[in-house]
Design a protein around this ligand. Sequence first.
Ligand code: XMP
Length: 512
Amino acid sequence: KILILDFGSQYTQLIARRIREIGIYSEIMPYDVDESAIKDFKPNGIILSGGPESTTHQDAPKSPEVIYTLNVPILGICYGMQTLAMHYEGKVATSDHQEFGHARLSLLNQANPLFEGVGHSAYLDVWMSHGDKVTQLPADFSILAETPTCPIAVIAHQSLPIWGIQFHPEVTHTEQGEQILRNFAVGICGCETHWTTDNIAEEIIHDLRQQIGADKVVLGLSGGVDSSVVGTLLHKAIGDQLTAVFVDTGLLRLHEGDQVMALFAEHFGMNVIRIDAETRFLDALGEESDPEAKRKIIGRLFVEIFEEEANKISGVKYLAQGTIYPDVIESAGSKTGKAHVIKSHHNVGGLPEHMKLSLVEPIRELFKDEVRRLGTTLGIPHHLLYRHPFPGPGLGVRILGAIKKEYADTLRQADAIFLEELNRSGWYDKTSQAFAVFLPVKSVGVTGDGRRYEHVIALRAVQTIDFMTAHWAHLPYELLSTISNRIINEVRGVSRVVYDVSGKPPATIEWE
Ligand code: XMP
């Protein structure tokens, strides 16, 4: 397995993913993690990531000394190369001109194991992103490649298994980047490529049995990807020792509660308790119209109900959670403070500490796409695993202002028609998130001889990679027309449909 020491590059997670895609387990740790954590991990190789700092500064982050004593291969990428060059008493300087984007690398020593199989040409097109560069080669190193503006672009130690590369092999813009990482991890470090989703499933299930023994576990099942995969893994590992609690807040999508029960309870035979808490949620929300206040009420009540149910099960020792690797990296944080500034919304609540349960987090080492692939091997249907994200507070933040049951019922129907048409036309998979919003304003309409004075439904569909910025989806007019007609004709209480054409920023994806 490969250890990646993070100096705060925005690409660090990509390095981990590339290594895992090759079939090798990898983990990211902050560069200043305890020496013992590095030793305990027993890496077969270490990669030093890039980073936003400059090694020329006095207090710049340094690679921990211990890595040079472990006798495992080291690959420094960008900042990682610069810090290891400094360690061996080379020199780094801030360039007069920074280099961002494509560069052509001339290979001076194609026979080096790092370049094994990267083609016959003496050139390699790579992606650069750096201000500093190594200006004086450290003793006992040789230069393997150069570019016109960066004469020391790839270096290797003459006797130790240590390499430094100024470019980024982890980005897809670097030709043969994967091959270079593979050469390092497999060829040089000798890692085996066993990290496949089938093996992961078996390994996780085995570990869960070991960890839990004959004890009982409770899980909050939401029907989302992460809790579904965790539930299925646990069910396979410990069967009825697992109790899943599914809280129906009354703010879910059409038929969602029934679908969760049909799949998990009936099809998989999982022990699922469904709590119909619609009335409690509506009562607690009352006339509240402030979005953050509504979020808090929903979150708090969710935890309260979950706890009540968990307390009813005698002798529960563990609480299972669908924490995934990006959550772990995010909350551990990098002390450089530069990476991972992108925060995602936390899901409903966060469970209370006073519950005194030990945590079981079987997918905390996986990325989202790995969780999805694992879900597929576990037999969870594709449509569930590849569903658009749904916020914890659900329709509670899609009914603007105060929430009423009839508003939620109207919205559910309109939303279902929207999603059905998106699926039918192939647009569901081309959008990242799509949903209907209930506007509590009335507008005049006319049907037949009658005048209608009813509510407005807004449609929102966005395309995004990271949900931090988003474009509104350019849905075809005919499709919008079909959806609008169906909603106005089929859903009582709606006289007008509008389409949201705001990007994020300045608008957010949700309306509240
Ligand atoms: P915004 O509206 O901030 O949404 O552009 C970005 C993403 O976060 C989701 N979202 C939430 N998820 N609890 C959640 O679990 C929330 O309170 C919440 N608010 C927004 C939103 O659906 C989108 O995917």
